[in-house]
Design a protein around this ligand. Structure first.
Ligand code: ADP
Length: 320
């Protein structure tokens, strides 16, 4: 995880725990739809689970689990695959984008799973009969498909069984790459472009210090994207007063950026050092992590088994 993921998504998931009964899962099955290495998948699944705990997902307030440990997701996936129209899947833009990405690589392999994963996503959501899903704009088409599937299921089996899940939209900041503020912060461009959420203090400070700003020589009215990005990071860390002070100073024509970089680095280090400590504590007891994974899956299955019992009855499958 990088700080873009944190400010753009995970921080919001942590806050949602105050107002909703939340279920969060590490989607290892979805990760299999793209070319992958089994050992890396196993490691990343556990790491993501630990990272979510360290970032503030509380297993006593939410259900946190690993997708493949709750097999009802895949059972409902097949039933939905038979409810979903082939044409609906061919219209998903994410498949076009991802398959084109893969086609540009040597030894291209495009799995059927990549084509059908929005159906599994519908199962991930509807197996909990969820009302809301906190997704970004890029996922609204998939959620639309989940609603289509819920409706078609209800019509076909003459039951008001699945609710139509709605997007839970929250305004979240877009964090830009430090080395190239024309792009979003992301891992694919290399380590200079992102700050890892659990990266050590020295690296964080050195990355922020080399962030691209502008020369400051001929200041125009407008601040550059790089400077806005650093100010945005201060705001995202809750340092609105410091951000306002820099804006006031820059409005007078004084455009010294070294103090801004120091303040942004301080704020990021302050926010992430607690999470880094918590992550190290969690990782020190791997058996406890395994236990949390099992507990999470068990809690999830109390819901998913009840859903599947009714679904099997509705669609004409024998009782198990
Ligand atoms: P995925 O393929 O699962 O969307 P990403 O790493 O692209 O994986 O994104 C995970 C989440 O983090 C998404 O909700 C995305 O919107 C958010 N996110 C990713 N990069 C940024 C960024 N630079 N700024 C803000 N949010 C981001």
């Amino acid at each position: 995880m990088h700080i873009g993921n944190y400010f753009g998504a995970i921080k919001n998931w942590v806050q949602l725990q105050d107002d909703y009964d939340c279920r969060y899962c590490v989607v290892d099955l979805h990760a299999m739809s793209m070319p992958y290495d089994p050992a890396v998948l196993r490691k990343n699944t556990e790491q993501m689970f630990v990272d979510l705990l360290a970032a503030g997902i509380n297993p006593n307030r939410s259900i946190l689990f690993v997708q493949s440990m709750v097999p009802e997701h895949t059972e409902l996936n097949w039933i939905f695959a038979c409810v979903c129209a082939y044409g609906d899947l061919t219209r998903q833009v994410s498949f076009k984008e991802k398959s084109e990405q893969l086609e540009s690589k040597p030894d291209t392999f495009i799995s059927a799973g990549l084509f059908t994963y929005p159906v599994l996503q519908a199962a991930d959501i509807l197996v909990y009969r969820a009302d809301f899903v906190p997704v970004g704009k890029d996922q609204t088409q998939h959620l639309e498909l989940s609603r289509t599937i819920a409706n078609r299921f209800n019509n076909q089996f003459k039951a008001e069984f699945f609710p139509e899940p709605q997007v839970l939209a929250t305004e979240t900041p877009k964090v830009l790459s430090l080395a190239d503020p024309a792009r979003k912060m992301g891992k694919s461009y290399g380590p200079k472009h992102y700050i890892g959420l659990f990266e050590d203090e020295k690296t964080v400070r050195s990355k922020v210090r080399s962030a691209v700003t502008d020369t400051g020589d001929a200041p125009s009215e407008k601040l550059s994207d790089g400077v806005e990005n650093l100010l945005g990071l201060l705001r995202a860390c809750g340092k609105n007063d410091i951000e306002a002070a820099f804006r006031a100073e820059y409005a007078t024509g004084n455009r010294r950026y070294a103090p801004l970089k120091d303040a942004a680095a301080d704020a990021i280090v302050e926010l992430t050092s607690g999470m880094r400590t918590r992550r190290a504590e969690i990782l020190a007891d791997r058996d406890a992590v395994k236990r949390l994974m099992r507990d999470g899956a068990e809690k999830a299955q109390v819901i998913t088994r009840a859903t599947m019992k009714e679904v099997r009855q509705l669609v004409g499958l024998p009782r198990r």
